[in-house]
Design a protein around this ligand. Structure first.
Ligand code: COA
Length: 259
């Protein structure tokens, strides 16, 4: 069905794997389109409670946008590349209702780190290396990197990473708060699945409302506190809320219908 990615659905988790290992999973146009389609399908799938995105092979999560595709672009084409990419993939992933965990299994550079940062949170294997090397190519991060990196690690650290075009290792990324957990390569997907399992016990409707509320803090012209109030109120009209509160009062485990 797809040329550059693999998808698998199991036990409430859809795993999306970027699968161009010979190019270190670099994001070409086709891969971005396929990722858009796969994330969309997973988000609409009632059986999918959590999405895990990772890279195939032992070396790379994603080594960036495919440089060979844009090397001869004009100003207009460059702007369009960033806009289309943000719409189709990076903003799209950040705003999904289904939680997305990035399992960073190696190099996450440029568009690769930007994809990991668009996910709702990140875990990494101890061989992972992260950076935004765009200025070494004469461009800047164009898939949300100049916005999301400062949000995650603070302005000064982001400025240093972007200006030096350097890479940080998994432990430093954890110290920076860029990834939440670091583990071995073998344990990376099991760890992501364990976290997914914890998420899945909770109300998917409430989680979607939480994602919307948290994201609204970073949207221009939107008052996040107001969004939170509205989303909080909406929860009271859901079957999940009735089940969650009833189960608590009856001292039993909630079985959320996800509605
Ligand atoms: N775009 C296109 N192709 C890429 C790529 C990218 N972002 N990153 C890696 N590749 C390709 C290489 O061209 C090479 O292809 P080839 O075998 O056909 O020549 C293949 O992937 C393997 O990469 P290679 O550079 O040989 O691996 P390495 O272990 O020596 O180096 C990196 C690994 C990640 C340090 C190096 O590939 C790199 O710097 N990549 C570009 C990172 C970047 O600047 N990303 C931001 C883009 S905006």
């Amino acid at each position: 069905m797809y040329t550059n990615i693999l998808t698998a659905q199991n036990n409430g988790i859809t795993r999306i794997t970027i699968n161009r290992p010979s190019k270190l999973n670099a994001l070409n146009k086709e891969t971005i389109q396929e990722l858009h389609a796969a994330f969309r399908v997973a988000d609409l799938d009632a059986e999918t409670k959590v999405i895990i995105v990772t890279g195939s092979g032992e070396k790379a999560f994603v080594a960036g946008a495919d440089i060979s595709e844009f090397a001869d672009f004009s100003v207009a084409e460059g702007g369009n590349l960033a806009q289309k990419g943000q719409e189709l993939l990076f903003d799209f992933v950040a705003n999904l209702s289904t939680p997305v965990i990035a399992a960073v299994n190696g190099f996450a550079l440029g568009g690769g780190l930007e994809l990991a940062m668009a996910a709702h949170f990140r875990v990494a294997s101890d061989n992972a290396k992260m950076g935004l090397p765009e200025v070494s190519l004469g461009v800047i991060p164009g898939y949300g990197g100049t916005q999301r990196l400062p949000q995650l690690v603070g302005k000064g650290r982001a400025m240093e990473m972007i200006m030096t075009a350097g890479m940080i290792d998994a432990n430093q990324a954890q110290q920076y708060g860029l990834v939440n957990h670091v583990t071995t390569q073998e344990e990376l997907l099991p760890l992501a699945e364990k976290l997914a399992g914890k998420i899945m016990r909770n109300s998917s409707v409430a989680i979607a409302a939480a994602i919307k509320s948290v994201n609204s803090a970073y949207e221009d012209g939107i008052n996040g506190f107001k969004v939170e109030i509205e989303q909080f109120g909406n929860c009271f009209g859901t079957e999940d809320f009735k089940e969650g509160t009833t189960a608590f009062l009856e001292k039993r485990k909630a079985e959320f219908p996800g509605k």
